[in-house]
Design a binder for this molecule. Structure first.
Ligand code: CMP
Length: 135
């Protein structure tokens, strides 16, 4: 069964030149690229993307961060793609993320944690629809 998930290389990952590293890791795992676009998010799209965090104390700062520069939005597919990419990304808090994962290898702070991956099939469908409505 082939699933799709939304992956973002966040503005910190793009600024640090980690796009190639992230794409290389997910391709090496066997996930396939379906769509890719470098773009700077508007606040409206960022607030919708992170809508479930609207009441969290870090919401404003998260929207500032994610709109603060270009990010690479990707749709990738493969067997259990949501779960597969989240395993590659590692825990949300990079200090707790295992070495060998993207966050475990390249980040230290929970906000600037290099990548985003949809957390469920339902989130993936919603997020892919938001970023790539033509897919
Ligand atoms: P992501 O997987 O994109 O999902 C929500 C994002 O919110 C998360 O990665 C982090 O970038 C950010 N985040 C989660 N928890 C915190 C926190 N305690 N403080 C600041 N940012 C956070």
């Amino acid at each position: 069964m082939t699933d799709r998930t939304l992956v973002l290389v966040k503005p910190d990952g793009v600024a640090r030149g980690l796009v190639g590293e992230v794409v290389s890791r997910l391709e090496a795992k066997g996930l396939r690229l379906v769509a890719a676009e470098l773009r700077t998010l508007t606040r409206e799209v960022a607030e919708e993307h992170y809508g479930e965090h609207r009441e969290k104390p870090f919401f404003g700062s998260l929207v500032d961060f994610i709109t603060g520069g270009p990010l690479l939005a990707l749709v990738v597919e493969g067997p259990r793609a949501v779960e597969a990419f989240r395993a590659l990304a590692g825990a949300t808090d990079p200090v707790k993320a295992a070495p060998g994962t993207i966050r475990g290898d390249f980040a230290l702070e929970v906000q600037s944690n290099i990548v985003h991956g949809s957390d469920s099939a339902e989130s993936a469908a919603r997020e892919i629809g938001l970023f790539f409505p033509d897919l």
